[in-house]
Write a protein that binds this ligand. Structure first.
Ligand SMILES: Nc1ncnc2c1ncn2[C@@H]1O[C@H](COP(=O)(O)OP(=O)(O)O)[C@@H](O)[C@H]1O
Ligand SMILES: [Mg+2]
Length: 203
């Protein structure tokens, strides 16, 4: 199977962005053609949504949910699908598992309801492989100084997010690889690369 869409997931400051960047560099070094992108904010429209989501004050959970879906729809249509059509490997720093973890686990929105709307938004644009950087939010959040709206949530929220991610990983064991995030940046990256090597050889 062709590897065309890779996503990186995890709680706040788990190391998603740094790992996504290092992974993209490695894919380039190996003669592949990756595109590094991010949610929310992978399109100009999405950048405005990102500001609303991260800088805003209190937002109703359903309002927040729809903002993420709007960001994602634009991202799929304007960035992800065109890149895949050009034969690129898309590396996305967050994608739809984030919504199940944050809006489902974190905010308590009904999972079935999220699922039905999510299917409508993503359709067949499902990651081939997802790396869930798993780490205790107590550790990862201690890395941040100036916190945004989500990062400022109470610790119980972040713990629910982590648990919901792990639950999702158990539901999709073939797609979602749980990566121990309580290690050095280098060790985590080597783990990700080794798992992809396996995948590139066997499929
Ligand atoms: N494995 C790690 N060990 C220690 N610090 C890390 C690790 N991974 C990332 N960091 C640091 O934590 C902060 C958040 O990393 P980042 O990649 O931006 O996380 P995210 O994108 O998940 O929020 C950065 O300052 C980064 O250098
Ligand atoms: Mg980041």
């Amino acid at each position: 199977m062709k590897l065309a869409f890779i996503t990186i997931e995890g709680v706040e400051s788990s190391g998603k962005s740094i790992q996504a960047k290092l992974l993209t560099d490695w894919l380039k070094e190996n003669g592949l053609n990756p595109l590094l992108t991010i949610e929310p904010g992978g399109t100009p429209f999405g950048k405005t949504i990102r500001k609303l989501l991260l800088n805003g004050t209190n937002i109703d959970p359903i309002t927040e949910f729809f903002l993420y879906l709007s960001d994602r729809k634009e991202h799929i249509i304007k960035v992800i699908l065109p890149a895949m059509e050009k034969g690129k490997i898309v590396v996305s720093d967050r994608y739809y598992d984030s919504t199940f973890a944050y809006q489902g686990g974190g905010r308590g929105i009904d999972k079935k309801w999220i699922e039905s709307l999510m299917n409508y938004v993503v359709q067949n644009v499902i990651p081939d492989i997802t790396f869930l950087i798993d780490i205790s939010p107590e550790i990862s959040l201690s890395r941040i100084k100036g916190k945004d709206r989500i990062e400022k949530e109470e610790m119980a929220f972040h713990k629910r997010v982590r648990e919901a991610y792990l639950k999702r990983a158990r539901e999709f064991p073939d797609r979602i690889r749980v990566i121990n995030g309580a290690r050095t940046i280098r060790e985590i990256q080597d783990d990700i690369r080794n798992q992809l090597k396996e995948r590139l050889v066997h499929k």
